[in-house]
Design a protein around this ligand. Structure first.
Ligand SMILES: C/C(=C\Cc1cc(O)c2ccccc2c1O)CCC[C@H](C)CCC[C@H](C)CCCC(C)C
Ligand SMILES: C[S@@+](CC[C@H](N)C(=O)[O-])C[C@H]1O[C@@H](n2cnc3c(N)ncnc32)[C@H](O)[C@@H]1O
Length: 262
């Protein structure tokens, strides 16, 4: 008797059901791991990494992040005497660069919702034309048309509502003012994307492991996957009311700067 005939017909069907169920369960698990963290979780990440944040940025970008930040500040065209805003200021790199550009007659607000990042920023930079503020990028505590220029450095990808953030940025800028938004970017070229994933998985996360920050730095890669690419960022800029929006890829598209004009 052929063994095949011994298997009741329903057995195949049960195997199929089990396979489909297992597949669906794996898919649900994977997608649930891709879910975006909420504001509280984001704030916790940046509070936790604050003590090592600048050291790891310097080491892992081989110091290049300073160049990307200089370009970002240049592209929002700050002038002497301006009132400037650095949203999601973190440890204050861009706030400090804006402070130097607007000079003694100008003023810069560095705003962030992470107390630990702001603590580091205050320790690093004591320029008298800088005000450090704890606040939410999604509900800026400023009047309409307050600022002559603004920056967001590696913040837009981390807010829980990008459109809301861009809307607030538009609201607080003066007519004709510019904002420059630096962040990671998903390269369009496959080889660049493969390198970005490799670098994040095999250089960045292992480096963070030394400080017990594996999970916090492992967050970067999926956050980049969720982040709109250049053309989509431009569309969001126009939808937020900006009169012009241009995205400039940097480093073969591994990074990018969105320049908006009100
Ligand atoms: C300043 C940089 C990243 C800031 C940053 C942004 C985030 O959203 C984070 C989230 C969670 C933890 C940390 C951060 C965070 O540090 C960019 C430079 C640092 C990057 C970690 C390095 C990655 C660089 C490129 C992927 C590859 C550069 C290759 C080149 C040969 C150096
Ligand atoms: C990667 S850090 C960037 C810090 C700094 N701009 C730089 O270029 O290094 C992202 C910062 O965004 C802040 N952030 C994220 N969501 C925010 C929100 N809704 N309001 C204010 N700050 C926020 C985090 O607390 C963190 O300090």
């Amino acid at each position: 008797m052929d063994a095949q005939k011994l298997i009741p017909l329903g057995a195949d069907r049960i195997e199929w059901y089990n396979f489909i169920w297992d597949f669906l369960w794996c898919y649900i698990i994977k997608m649930s791991n891709q879910s975006s963290p909420n504001s509280t979780e984001i704030q916790a990440i940046f509070d936790q990494i604050a003590p090592e944040y600048d050291r790891l940025n310097q080491e892992l970008s081989l110091g290049l992040h300073h160049i990307w930040k200089l370009m970002t500040v240049k592209w929002c065209q700050p002038e002497k005497g301006d009132f400037a805003l650095d949203v999601c200021c973190g440890s204050g790199d861009l706030t400090n660069l804006l402070s130097k550009q607007v000079g003694k007659t100008g003023k810069v607000i560095g705003l962030d919702f992470s107390p630990q990042q702001l603590k580091i920023a205050r320790q690093r930079f004591s320029a008298t034309n800088i005000n450090w503020m704890e606040g939410d990028a999604l509900n800026l505590p400023f009047a309409d048309s307050s600022f002559d220029c603004a920056t967001i450095g590696y913040g837009l990808r981390n807010v829980v509502d990008i459109a809301q953030c861009l809307g607030e940025l538009y609201r607080v800028l003066k007519p004709g003012a510019k904002a420059a938004i630096l962040d990671f970017h998903q390269p369009t070229q496959t080889i660049a994307k493969l390198f970005q994933n490799w670098y994040l998985d095999h250089i960045v996360v292992p480096a963070a492991e030394r400080y017990g920050l594996t999970d916090q730095y492992a967050y970067i890669s999926p956050s980049i996957d969720r982040f709109p690419q250049g053309p989509e960022q431009v569309k969001l800029g126009y939808q937020s009311g900006f009169s012009s929006a241009v995205h400039y890829p940097l480093l073969a598209g591994l990074m990018g700067v969105l320049v908006l004009k009100k």
